[in-house]
Design a protein around this ligand. Structure first.
Ligand code: SF4
Ligand code: SF4
Ligand code: SF4
Length: 643
């Protein structure tokens, strides 16, 4: 008890050290200068892309555009202007009339002057739709001393030191199933709802209709991404909700309502909601499916194909999320593959082994705060019929080929609720649990998936949020036509995600085995340690998607009134002004999110390592290098977002 108190005091003391040190270490700028910046705007970046000044400096910007009209809106400062070719600019200013009404106007100017009186990193953004990659045209003003960034760096180190100080001699397990809250018990009607045959059908029907409308909108609407409802809703709203709400809270909750595999499943079952039960099972199922009904090859029952498909898709990521036609083609391709795979194979083969979104959801859903599990495994052991796998007149045998009786991870449970309907013992619950409860990474394809997700988050942060126009140009192959730059871009992406990051991680994990004197098989140790990067990855993805919603929410309002970019104004929001929502606080939130991911990553792996390495001292040694790896990764993101 005494040692616990001492450790708590040291941790609190170190916290204050971490937040105070940057003040002393950061160089306080001496004397202010006037800095003249010749700023050139060209699709899709500014030169210079990063402007470094000291607090109190007077900045004079002389803007020019090399191609079309661009905008300049600086986060945290009342500075906005339009940049035209020939060095002409229009600066926005506001004034109040005698009745107190606020008006805005534009002044024709050649230069814009302001004092950098707030320290930190501030993004400036293009406000005029200048082309496909317009939403990603940004630059950065870094006003020294950038204490927030340095504080976050010190705090990230503090998180690691504190966790190592705090790890107890005996690691208590997270709550076991018996003590978890079953949501069926506390949410009236939830179980009744899950048991209805029509539940999933009616849940996904609105999304299904919207999905087809989106395909039409992609093909028939404007090709300008941020005026087309498909691009805005899918890649801003849905992508953000998927990463920030669905996955951390519900795991594969999205799969419950996903419209993509629905037609294939309906055709394969020859039913929308009904169950076709046959008495004599065919290959273990009491159903006959349309098509060949083959089983997926055993050798391919892993994530390798998903990893490859995800990487291929992500190679064209910036094109997919800015071109409506590209998004439509992707949807139609997925639809086609779901139909073909459902004709050849039984059940959700596409979802299990091919879906690129499923690859993202699979591993990350392990950390989610809810899980569908059996209430009592002993009941399953005694229950002979196993209706949950084989099917019954009440429901289909698990379409995801899972056996709930032994299922201990969320990865491959699509939350279709069939087992809730089929289980005659009412032995299925829907549990609320601590974040990061499933922690078993089972093979190298999963470990690679974790690292690929992390590298892609870094790559996207650099490409889409960063100030480097030449990287955007390289990724934007269909417009730039710079094939060699594109090949270098994807070559780097593949090398980092398939060789460099996994190579370093495996190397340091093996080194950790030596350092800790671990004598067992190294593979389970490497896999267990790799779980650390799941919470880090989830929070990094949330931090990455946050600006797209806070900055671009106005586009959502615009496209709701004018979904096809035809000039309609259905709800009066088509002309809602582009006005980022408190963008100056985004770096702070991003920093806190990254620290949270780091905390959960290291903490949860310490819990799972207890099974492999019971000695706490050896466990700490095994944890050290991977924790430093995670710390390094978090600091890459901190540098990108705050530095
Ligand atoms: S795995 Fe993919 S296609 Fe299948 S339900 Fe989930 S998101 Fe949809
Ligand atoms: S049907 Fe219910 S009780 Fe039987 S094995 Fe499946 S989940 Fe367990
Ligand atoms: S039937 Fe299978 S996929 Fe559906 S909820 Fe149950 S375990 Fe999950």
């Amino acid at each position: 008890m005494k040692s616990k108190t001492i450790r708590a005091i040291i941790i609190i003391f170190l916290f204050f050290v971490a937040i105070s040190l940057p003040r002393f270490l950061t160089k306080i700028p001496f004397g202010n200068k006037t800095r003249v910046i010749n700023l050139t705007a060209k699709k899709y970046g500014y030169t210079p892309g990063r402007i470094f000044v000291n607090k109190g400096d007077t900045i004079i910007i002389k803007p020019n555009s090399k191609d079309v009209t661009h905008g300049f809106l600086l986060d945290g400062y009342p500075v906005e202007f339009i940049i035209k070719q020939g060095g002409i600019a229009y600066q926005k200013y506001e004034w109040t009339d005698d009745d107190g009404a606020l008006h805005t106007d534009w002044d024709k100017v050649n230069e814009i002057e302001f004092v950098a009186d707030k320290p930190g990193k501030f993004i400036f953004r293009c406000t005029r739709v200048c082309g496909n990659l317009h939403p990603f045209m940004t630059g950065e003003l870094i006003v020294a001393p950038n204490t927030l960034y340095h504080k976050m760096v010190f705090l990230s180190i503090w998180v690691i030191i504190s966790l190592f100080l705090w790890f107890r001699v005996k690691t208590p397990p997270l709550k076991n199933q018996g003590s978890l809250i079953n949501l069926f018990d506390i949410i009236p009607g939830l179980k009744w709802l899950f048991k209805r045959r029509s539940y999933q059908f009616f849940l996904l029907l609105p999304g299904f209709i919207v999905f087809y409308l989106f395909i039409i909108a992609s093909l028939k609407g404007t090709p300008v991404g941020n005026h087309n409802i498909t691009i805005i809703i899918v890649w801003i709203l849905w992508w953000f909700l998927l990463k920030s709400v669905f996955v951390p809270l519900g795991g594969r909750l999205w799969c419950m309502i996903c419209p993509l595999p629905a037609p294939a499943e309906w055709i394969s079952r020859k039913a929308f909601t009904a169950v076709h039960f046959i008495k004599n099972p065919i290959k273990g199922k009491h159903h006959k499916y349309t098509g060949l009904g083959l089983d997926w090859p055993k050798k391919l029952r892993n994530m390798w194909l998903q990893n490859i498909i995800f990487l291929m898709m992500i190679s064209f990521g910036i094109i997919l999320i800015t071109r409506p036609v590209a998004t439509a083609i992707m949807f139609l391709l997925i639809l086609g593959v779901t139909l073909i795979s459902a004709f050849i194979f039984r059940n959700r083969v596409f979802c299990l082994y091919l879906c690129p979104v499923g690859g993202f959801l699979g591993n990350y859903s392990m950390a989610s705060m809810t899980a569908l599990r059996v209430i009592d495994k002993d009941i399953c052991k005694k229950h002979k019929n196993k209706c949950c796998i084989k099917g019954s007149p009440d429901g289909w045998g698990c379409p995801w080929n899972q056996y709930p009786g032994t299922m201990d991870r969320n990865n491959l449970c699509g939350l279709c609720t069939e087992c809730v309907k089929t289980c005659p013992e009412n032995n299925i619950g829907f549990f609320l649990r601590p974040f990061g409860s499933d922690r078993a990474v089972k093979n190298y394809s999963e470990m690679y998936n974790i690292l690929i997700m992390l590298v892609v988050a870094i790559a996207f942060s650099i490409t889409m949020l960063g100030p480097w126009g030449f990287i955007k140009e390289a990724a934007n192959i269909t417009e730039s036509r710079h094939i060699s730059s594109f090949l270098i871009y994807i070559g780097l992406l593949y090398t980092m995600s398939l060789a460099v990051f996994p190579g370093i991680f495996i190397f340091i994990s093996r080194l950790s085995a030596r350092l800790s004197g671990y004598k067992g098989d190294v593979k389970p140790l490497v896999l267990t340690l790799s779980y650390m990067l799941i919470p880090v990855g989830i929070f990094a993805w949330i931090a990455f998607s946050l600006p797209s919603v806070m900055v671009n929410y106005s586009y959502v309002l615009n496209v709701l009134s004018d979904p096809l970019g035809y000039g309609w104004n259905l709800f009066g929001t088509a002309d809602f002004h582009y006005n980022p929502f408190h963008p100056e606080i985004i770096p702070l939130i991003q920093g806190l999110l990254l620290l949270t991911g780091l905390y959960f990553g290291v903490n949860r792996v310490n819990l799972s390592l207890a099974g492999l390495i019971p000695d706490p001292l050896k466990r700490k040694k095994a944890l050290l290098l991977p924790s430093l790896f995670a710390l390094g990764v978090v600091n890459i993101f901190l540098k990108l977002y705050l530095g």
